[in-house]
Design a protein around this ligand. Sequence first.
Ligand code: MG
Ligand code: MG
Length: 230
Amino acid sequence: MTNVEYVKEMFALQQKLNDETNGIGWENGYTKNDRIINWRRCIYMESAELIDSFNWKHWKDINKATDWDNATIEVVDIWHFVMSLLLEDYKVNDRGDLDKLVDDVLDVQGFERFSKEAGSRDAAQSMELINDIESIMHMTTTSHIDLFDGLLKEYFSMSLKCGVDLKTLYKFYIAKNVLNQFRQDHGYKEGTYKKVWNGKEDNEVMLEILDNESLGSKELYAALEKVYKN
Ligand code: MG
Ligand code: MG
């Protein structure tokens, strides 16, 4: 797959997910249930969850190791909302279609590196990394936000330091998308879905499946179904 294909598929899936969950026209800032949408808040709250994957508390469990698996999940969670913010901006401000948006994302300084370099984790740098995450939070709470040279640039560089590069991001994003679909197909909205399977959360089960084999979205869905039915 090319970089364009990776990025375009994720944006297309995010548009679909938002259309289905929030209703067509969500870019105007309201869901079909008339709830206000605030993507920036979503970004800084998920960023706080990311910080919680690190050992930042000076008074508690001071030798606790970084939870890198959870950090990966939170980096992907943030990505859902960064894409949503961009989709909203392009629609509301008439900046162009999906192809234009994807082109602009690929043009961001640091994207090249993000797409090539295998991300590496460095626990020794975790305090610096927390500063990077906080700079993303800061951007989302000031009135002017530079989506490309600010937010995206910082996001790509921060993700790499968490060990997440383009391919890893894609793999986990698709997996989360499949899980979201699986949940909806099995009664999530109706409240009949079982999130804990044999003592494990569905998220965890999915990660274990992914650890053992590399699967496309259809195969992953089928693998989930097999475990769920048991
Ligand atoms: Mg969350
Ligand atoms: Mg999260």
